[in-house]
Design a protein around this ligand. Structure first.
Ligand code: GRF
Length: 202
């Protein structure tokens, strides 16, 4: 299966997917990385691994629809079967999410449905929860609302700063995202009627 990754910045989750996909038994190949920011660090990392990269700035398009149509064209050019969002900081139109429904996943740095949106580590500290974590989910039109494929929890420790927590969660992100992508690419999980279904071992 062919997977494209959308990023906006550092790309550490992208790197985790690229590294995992180098294993000969990984069921997917990363065929392209697109960023909406030309200075995204992740672009260099992807290029260094010999992966095709593309930059499309949302500022160059008159509407969200026009930007998303261009994204779709790039993804089709790469013949992508699946899309993995990895720190991609643009909201996608319902048209685009419908087109990729069941074939597009995202990683969110919180245990959804808690703490959607931005600043999730600050949100978790403000709420005083003892457990925090990350979620890989199918992308649906509602932001951070698609059904969860995988989650990992980490403890919130006394004295944690948002950065401490972010670093602890990030380790968990890098562990679960490649596994979730592999499950999707292998058809072990699928989105059916708005729910994640697990298929029996082939
Ligand atoms: C990660 O915490 C991811 O969960 C969130 O944005 C951050 C991106 O980091 N959506 P990176 O670009 O993958 O390093």
């Amino acid at each position: 299966k062919r997977v494209a990754i959308l990023i906006s910045g550092r790309g550490s989750n992208m790197t985790a997917l690229i590294e995992a996909a180098k294993a000969p038994d990984f069921p997917a190949e990363i065929v392209g990385v697109l960023s909406n920011k030309a200075d995204a660090k992740g672009l260099e990392t992807a290029a260094a691994s010999g992966i095709a990269t593309a930059v499309r700035s949302h500022r160059d398009y008159a509407s969200r629809e026009a930007f998303d149509a261009e994204l779709d064209a790039v993804l089709r050019g790469w013949e992508a079967d699946f899309v993995a969002l990895a720190g991609f900081m643009r909201l996608l139109t319902p048209e685009f999410t419908e087109k990729w429904l069941g074939r597009m996943i995202n990683i969110h740095p919180a245990l959804l449905p808690s703490f959607k949106g931005l600043h999730t580590h600050e949100q978790a500290l403000a709420a005083g929860v003892p457990l925090h974590g990350c979620t890989v989910h199918f992308v649906t039109p509602g932001m951070d609302e698609g059904p969860a494929i995988a989650q990992a929890a980490v403890p919130v420790l006394p004295g944690d700063t948002p950065d401490d927590l972010a670093a602890r969660v990030l380790v968990a992100e890098h562990a679960i995202y490649p596994r979730a992508l592999a499950a999707l690419a292998e058809g072990r999980i699928a989105l059916e009627d708005g729910k994640v279904v697990h298929k029996g071992a082939a």
